[in-house]
Ligand binder design. Sequence first.
Ligand SMILES: Cc1cc2nc3c(=O)[nH]c(=O)nc-3n(C[C@H](O)[C@H](O)[C@H](O)COP(=O)(O)OP(=O)(O)OC[C@H]3O[C@@H](n4cnc5c(N)ncnc54)[C@H](O)[C@@H]3O)c2cc1C
Length: 440
Amino acid sequence: MSVVVVGAGLAGLTAARDLLARDIEVTVLEARDRVGGRTYGLEVAPGVWADAGAAYLGHRHTELTALLAELDLKTTPTAMAGDSRFELGGDVGTRAGRFPPLSAVALGELFDALTDLCAKVRVDAPWLTPDAADLDRRTAAGWAAEHLRHPDARRFFPLFLGEMMAADPAAVSVLHMAFYLRSGGGLRYLNAFAGGAQEDRIDGGAHQVCERLAARLDVRLGEPVRAIHQDGDGVIVVSASGQVRAGTVVVAVPPALAGAIDFRPGLPTPRARTATAPGCAVKVHLIYPRPLWREYGLSGWTVNATGPLLSTVDDSPPDGGAGVLTGFVTGSEAHRFAALPAAERRERVLAQAARLFPELPAPAQVHVTDWIGEEYSRGCYAALFGPGDWGLLGPGLIAPHGRVHWAGTETSTEFFGLMEGAIRSGHRAATAIAETQEEQ
Ligand SMILES: Cc1cc2nc3c(=O)[nH]c(=O)nc-3n(C[C@H](O)[C@H](O)[C@H](O)COP(=O)(O)OP(=O)(O)OC[C@H]3O[C@@H](n4cnc5c(N)ncnc54)[C@H](O)[C@@H]3O)c2cc1C
């Protein structure tokens, strides 16, 4: 019996790859005119690709690492050598290491409080955590107001959450924040470059994973799926250019986009009612002839309370053939920045680059990728589960709706929100379908 996969991101293409490997006929319907979803490459100089979407991985991302080996893709370490710059209210400062010049007591208070919170959450089923209802009702902003005493801890918390989750603390529940941090391997792992989740990048760009997977599959682009109807014989999947009949469907799109599909029979009430909030990330790439900051002993890493770029990192290609500085605009700052006219965004980015790196010339190019406005992503890095969302969505997160199976990074309790989570969800959905077919 054939399968239709909705969405040609990492989750959908992994599911399709696994199904094909079991000799199950599979067609992938993708809304955009490209594959990759939240992985997306920008060619910023001839043969130099910048990751406008997902970029970083670490050694615990074992399924992604295995896929890279299968697809003959290599990684390169994320560059971090040199001094960092910080603009945390007042003048720009330079110092060794990547931790901001804030009170050690404050940072200790923040990380201890978060570690205690993460230890409580049941990562395999957050909705079953003791006190789940209470943690799911309150926002991360409310939690910070209650638990963080030191002004530096309060100041750094939104920057930290923006960097980790692309979240405004007011938009996520305490339960989701704790779950996300733990699901990603814990605070220390998630936050680290060397030895952590940001250790490496994929040579030539993360988008190549989906491109190489898709080359082996039947993928139809420009086919937004509008309706999925089930009857006694199977499933009818209605997309832009017509309809496809199949035995089973895998929906591998973020929850809010899945909720926009017309399901018949309709989804169980809790899933249908759950909207989730979009993650708020805009990625900015500043392109220089080469990584000029290294010539001044700088790593390119900055952390800034004054936007728009709340942090920057050196994402230059390994041969140093171009200087690529990636800026992250996250949380509420991302909403403000995304709403500006293009010329004003550019002006603000150039003014900040001049403040942070007065010794450098202006970048030759500035690229802005706004994920908030992307019709087929609706925010990034991942959907944010706000108050009440885990309680409603959690228990049925991966339960099939008849012949409809679910995938996507938001359905993975392991490495939720990351490429690794997406791939694991694709494996899980394909295994469940194959097992069902074997039973029939
Ligand atoms: C700026 C940014 C930075 C990130 N940084 C990292 C990082 O450093 N490391 C990391 O591991 N992860 C990172 N992520 C997250 C990572 O990109 C995602 O977790 C992962 O790519 C999600 O894959 P997915 O297949 O679940 O969803 P998606 O990639 O969103 O795929 C869903 C696909 O479905 C399509 N679609 C949507 N609606 C429909 C429809 N109705 N019909 C047909 N097709 C549809 C979409 O176009 C898309 O192609 C980042 C993401 C962004 C945007």
